[in-house]
Ligand binder design. Sequence first.
Ligand code: MSP
Length: 638
Amino acid sequence: MSKYYLTTPIYYVNAAPHIGHTYTTIAADAIKRLKRMQGFEPVILTTGTDEHGQKIERAAAAANKSPQKFTDLISNEFRQQWKALDLQIDRFQRTTDPKHAKVVQDLFDRCVKSGYVYKGSYTGQYCVFDELYVNEAKPGDPCPDCGRPTETVTEENFYFKLSAFGDRLLKFYEDQPDFIQPESRRNEVIAFVKQGLKDVSISRTTIKWGIPVANETPHVFYVWFDALSTYMSAVDGEGLWPADLHLIGKEILRFHAVYWPAFLWAADLPLPKKLFAHGWLLFENDKMSKSKGNMVRATPIKEALGADALRYYLLREVVFGQDGNFSYDALVQRYNSDLANGLGNLSSRTLALIHQNFGGKIPGPGSTDMGDQAKAAVDAALSAYERLEFSKALETIWGFIGVLDRFIVERAPWNLAKSGDTAKLADTLYTAAEALRIVTALVYPVIPESAAKIWAQLGFRTPLDAIRTADLAWGKLAEGQEIEPATGVFPRADTKLMIEKMKEGEGAELVRQQALMGAKVEAKAADNSAHITIDDFIKVDLRVGEVKSASAVKGADKLLHLQVDIGEPQPRSIVAGIALAYKPEALVGRKVVIVANLAPRKLRGLESQGMIVAASLEGGNPVLASFLEDVPVGARLK
Ligand code: MSP
């Protein structure tokens, strides 16, 4: 059977791994397992880290580390993360690997040779965060993509003649309608290319932290020219290129659907077969971002509830391709209803009944029509999987679990045992066990660890990983097979306690990652030259205040406008950047600490007469200073 080669994006090392990265990588792992089940051989999955460019250089400087040391550290963090989650990564490609540099240079040389590269000069705005020239921006303008300030740069660069590929790209999208998925994303790309393509610069001279262009000092390769090539360098010389699938998030589709095919055509190299751009994972319906401090990390969830709970939740709850929401509450609910009650219950009940009635041996063959229903479920689930419609596939499988539950209840094996109807009892339990075998194999790509446990309990000695779609046919479970003791695979979780546990773990993981990224704490502790005297401190007038009212500030999602009583005739008007952490109504009546002698200033047209004191967590939400004892309004803090 033929090979299947798939990739995730290679992740920037300016941020430590969070659940957004995990989402893509888990989906890729599930696809890998599915492809093996379909018989592809070998199935190879590449991920890695994107380590060059100004953004990374600056993150390293902020962490007080050399770029190499810093990238080693964070790249390793990603590697460990995938290991902790048991993801089957075959190649972990770093852009700082010397083997990779050769592939990038080769791609460039090929493009030069075919006449698609020229030298030109550029003066204009640059977004360091997105590593993108913003052609339409003027000095001082923000980046239209991310809203961060752009910087003015003048550079001599190597340019790639992207403009020459517009028509060829459009024809290609038409001839290969499956190349970009889902459909809606494909339409966006087509509209973009139809507007006309500009040439793109593929080298930089103002940046040092990059792969040098051979014999062209001080040019280094542009990060995207560098990054996209990892898909090839990861499998260099193995005959695995072209990739069968690049799995990516929707925000980087343009690079993959427009730049990448053009680079490869210019270099006379084969194109990947398919791009699938999934949607964004939101946190409580808001985009997750470092600056908003609303990111979630995967390992605390794994430790509390297991990796499979997270995998199942992400792939069941979010329609793959669309944006979806992450919430701890929904995660635990899904776990309890679908895994503990649904699959867990079916499995423990079936196995326990076989132990009780047939001494732990699979009883004689069944004769119900369940085989037809199983086949229909298998066909529907596999075809949904094939289209990467995970949610639909799982819904189908759980629909079938519902059918089995009803079947067991209707047959009431406990009554059959009592009345001594052994033939019907055997038929019932064979049917339940055989259906459980098929369900276990079907859910394996999504919840591999738990499926393997049920598989072993069913008495199989061969690894579940070796199962192929042909094995999903009805009737393959052998009569007489000895099953193992049934132990609960999904213990029920107390929702409140479980959420607390996960949030606690999240807090600890955040602090650990912050330290890794060179948290300020460290830097500050070392800097004791900055001592102040008591006279300096006394200058700050800190007062106890009580929040009288709070409201959102129009057009500023981080700000709240507060009226705070600090024992003066009128409450103070204070504008505070705490809206992401506190709902206005939750603040009214709360005692807070105010810097009362700060010079007033205007924010969004509102006067702020002081400042509210809060612990500021890098990458996290602010936490207001407060008191355990009751304190009178206006009291001074000394
Ligand atoms: N280094 C580039 C990719 C180069 S590929 C040749 C990059 N890196 S990144 O660290 O920003 O990772 C972006 C990818 O991480 C997204 O495309 C997506 O796969 C995943 N995600 C990061 N945050 C995400 C969400 N909040 N939701 C879903 N996926 C997200 O871009």
